[in-house]
Design a protein. Structure first.
Length: 191
């Protein structure tokens, strides 16, 4: 009896081990099937149209602003800068500004004005006492450049390449600058 009992115990053990192997194989198969289903669903439900990055492409034209040391934070410069940015949205022209560092004199600002001319800005705008003083004095030295002098109550400058904006109202300044930049840089061509 002991031999039979051992045989029966051995058979039971083998059956148990066989069932465990079967369970392991079934679980592994189910896990593999789940991975395949998740992959198929991910591929099937993945969006077809991935949006292109919305990088803004600028044209090869630039409008430049020369300001006093406060930059575009100066209340006199803020509407000019806003008008330039509005125009840039319309015509994809680049806009930039440069602050006069150091003494706020026409002599000091003249070097900054010359650097904007050398940078080949398509239109140079000035606002503030030192920048407009430099422009009024030196505009005739740069006949190839186009300028806009923005100053409340300003009068015409003795140069044919300077347009004067003499408005006091910030909204009117912004609108007039926007129009002047639009005209100076032209309409964008269709790509």
């Amino acid at each position: 009896m002991t031999k039979r009992r051992r045989d029966r115990d051995g058979e039971r053990t083998q059956r148990r081990q066989g069932r465990q192997r079967t369970r392991i194989v079934l679980l592994a198969g189910a896990a593999g099937l789940a991975v395949v289903l998740v992959t198929v669903l991910a591929v099937a439900l993945w969006p077809d149209d991935v949006a292109e990055p919305r990088a803004r492409e600028y044209r090869d034209v630039t409008a430049c602003l020369l300001t006093g040391s406060a930059g575009v934070a100066d209340p006199a410069a803020a509407p000019v800068w806003a008008g330039m940015q509005d125009a840039s949205l319309d015509n994809r022209a680049k806009v930039q500004f440069l602050e006069v560092d150091g003494p706020q004199t026409a002599d000091n600002a003249a070097g900054y004005l010359a650097s904007l001319v050398q940078s080949r800005c398509d239109l140079i705008l000035t606002v503030g006492e030192a920048p407009t003083g430099a422009l009024a004095r030196d505009a005739v030295r740069y006949p190839q450049a186009s300028f806009v002098l923005v100053a409340d109550g300003a009068t015409a400058v003795d140069a044919g390449n300077v347009t004067v904006v003499s408005e006091a109202d910030p909204a009117a300044i912004q609108q007039q600058v926007r129009q002047l930049v639009d005209v100076a840089v032209g309409e964008p061509t269709e790509d």
